[in-house]
Design a protein around this ligand. Structure first.
Ligand SMILES: [Fe+2]
Length: 210
């Protein structure tokens, strides 16, 4: 299977002033495009994997020949992570916080939404170097905050991610050079909670069927 760079569901400047246009151009048009290109290059060398989805491959990376495993892990994870990242962001037109079923899950797991934001930010700031902070569902459909290094996906750990924050410097250094905390605070303004809620309901139904 050949993967393609997904189109952004909004313009490069749509997340201004919280995420700047140039960062978006480079992040989507160069960085993510590079992951897709290298992923396809690796997959061309793994004909045994045809028929498996990228999620299936990533969730059991041992199916990949050892000499190609790291490259597929990095570029495959990068493609999945960024595809989710673009999907759950938007130009601030939706609600400012979770609503409905997702809100109730937040309240029973974290208490107030502000407590969740603080816990998520603490996790994001504690991730040294490059990586991601996530809100994911575990196998019992419970919400959990976790972080991963590099381009590792929560899917590799058996989780289903519904919200992901890119902590690589390439995601923020043009506007927030050494100020990851400021980037995290600004990022909440562009989280598209309706999209997060859709993913939550989708995975909830998946888990209830298994
Ligand atoms: Fe990134």
């Amino acid at each position: 299977m050949t993967y393609q760079l997904p189109s952004l569901p909004y313009a490069y400047d749509a997340l201004e002033p919280h995420v700047d246009t140039r960062t978006m151009e480079l992040h989507h048009g160069r960085r993510h495009a590079g992951y897709v290109e290298r992923l396809n290059h690796v997959l061309q060398q793994c004909t045994d994997l045809e028929g498996l989805s990228l999620e299936e491959i990533i969730s059991d990376i041992r199916v990949v020949p050892e000499e190609l495993r790291q490259e597929l892990r990095f570029n495959g994870g990068g493609h999945l992570n960024h595809s989710l990242f673009w999907h759950i962001l938007g130009p601030g037109k939706g609600p400012k916080r979770p609503e409905g079923q997702l809100l109730r899950a937040f309240e029973s797991t974290f208490g107030q939404i502000e407590a969740f934001r603080q816990e998520f930010a603490r996790a994001a700031l504690s991730r040294m170097g490059s990586g991601w902070a996530w809100l994911s569902l575990d196998n019992h459909a419970h919400l959990e905050i976790l972080t991963t290094p590099n381009e590792d996906s929560p899917i590799m750990l058996g989780y289903r991610p519904i919200l992901g924050l890119d902590l690589w410097e390439h995601a923020y250094y043009l506007k927030y050079p050494d100020r990851r905390e400021e980037y995290i605070q600004a990022w909440w303004n562009v989280v598209h909670w309706d999209k997060v809620a859709e993913l939550y309901v989708h995975f909830l139904e998946m888990v209830s069927r298994t």
